[in-house]
Design a binder for this molecule. Structure first.
Ligand SMILES: [Zn+2]
Length: 98
């Protein structure tokens, strides 16, 4: 999977950055800020781990889009059903399917 410089999720466009040192508060390999519209990925990771982290951050951006955090009572099927359209749209609109 290629990692683009920008990622469109619905009306929001995220800047995607590879960074040498992630914010020390982040105990992870990536960050998705839905307020400041950026995704950061640890540049020191092996390529496959960068791509998995990028996908992880896409899911965070989609969670914001579908308002998942507003309703924690959803069952697995409902959650997957809410993700399928937006995930497909994001991958398609950002030319990440081919
Ligand atoms: Zn996460």
């Amino acid at each position: 999977m290629k990692i683009p410089n920008k990622l469109k999720v619905g009306v929001k466009e995220f800047e995607v950055r590879m960074v040498d040192h992630l914010d020390s508060r982040a105990e992870s390999q990536g960050v998705c800020s839905t307020d400041h519209l950026f995704i950061e990925i640890d540049n020191r990771l092996p390529q496959v781990q960068k791509e998995i982290t990028f996908l992880h951050e896409i899911i965070h951006a989609c969670s914001d889009f579908i308002g998942l955090q507003d309703d924690e009572r959803l069952d697995e099927e409902s959650i997957c059903s809410r993700y399928d359209d937006i995930l497909y749209t994001v991958l398609k609109e950002n030319n990440l399917l081919n």
